[in-house]
Unconditional design. Structure first.
Length: 278
């Protein structure tokens, strides 16, 4: 009896801890949605109240009528989709080479790539900025895209996933006369489609939410991405129109949030597979 009581008490404590953690993580989202549905009086009179009463959509109407939202959405989408496609393609091709080809210094090259995980992003900002300046890509979307066209984590995850493919499948394809590109496109890619989709979604979300690097590169208001446009809008309004600002933030958050909700199973499975083989 004491053992059961002790077990129940431990389980209850962990549930409380988990609920607190979930609350702390979700509260900013709840606050954002709630504030976007409040008028200015409610924002200041009931700041922490998550239930706007009565709710209003005036903030969203104001954004759609007075804010070039679709221009910023297109800028953000264009950069995100190009970066995502490039990272996904290079991750698959590089992982295929690391898994199925034997070449000199292969492990050295792979381990060197892993070292890039531990280099702080801030260390790379100055050399990347100087390179974009020399290439004449400042204040262009290409200056934002170029440093992010390859991703070491994507290569690592694809490599781990490909190592789980049974060798007899590939040997059978080679015996049938399949060329390397045919093995990749006809055998490997169909088997790892969920993982490719998962890392592509992660790449898209990260690129969509990118703030600091575009802040350094982009200057013209017509080239801004949504995160930058949000900051510009808050500054222009003096930080007082919090309902409108939260409406912009909500609209900015919707695409990556919807993508994750519908594809979270693929994303979780990809990270689980990455630990199957070392």
């Amino acid at each position: 009896m004491k053992t059961k009581m002790h077990s129940w008490r431990d389980e209850w404590q962990w549930h409380v801890f988990l609920l607190i953690a979930v609350f702390l993580m979700l509260w900013p989202i709840v606050f954002m949605l709630s504030t976007s549905l409040k008028d200015l009086n409610q924002v200041f009179e009931s700041t922490l109240n998550p239930l706007p009463f009565p709710p209003t959509f005036d903030n969203y109407l104001y954004v759609l009528e007075n804010f070039p939202l679709f221009t910023y959405i297109w800028n953000t989408f264009y950069i995100a989709i190009v970066v995502t496609l490039s990272k996904a393609l290079t991750s698959v091709l590089a992982a295929f080479a690391f898994v199925y080809y034997d070449f000199k210094y292969k492990e050295t090259v792979f381990n060197s790539m892993l070292l890039t995980f531990f280099i702080p992003i801030t260390v790379l900002i100055m050399p990347n900025y100087l390179m974009m300046s020399k290439l004449g890509l400042l204040d262009t979307p290409y200056g934002v895209m170029l440093p992010g066209l390859v991703d070491g984590m994507g290569i690592f995850l694809m490599r781990q996933t490909m190592r789980g493919i049974p060798k007899p499948l590939l040997e059978a394809a080679i015996l049938d006369g399949a060329k390397p590109f045919q093995v990749l496109s006809k055998v490997v890619v169909p088997l790892i489609k969920p993982s490719i989709l998962a890392i592509s979604i992660l790449f898209f979300i990260n690129s969509w939410n990118e703030y600091f690097w575009p802040l350094l590169i982009l200057q013209d208001k017509s080239n801004l991405t949504l995160p930058l446009a949000l900051q510009m809008f808050i500054s222009a309004e003096g930080g007082s129109e919090w309902g409108v600002a939260m409406a912009v933030a909500t609209l900015t958050s919707l695409p990556p949030l919807v993508l994750y909700i519908f594809c979270q199973k693929f994303i979780i499975n990809t990270f689980m597979q990455s630990g199957v083989k070392g």
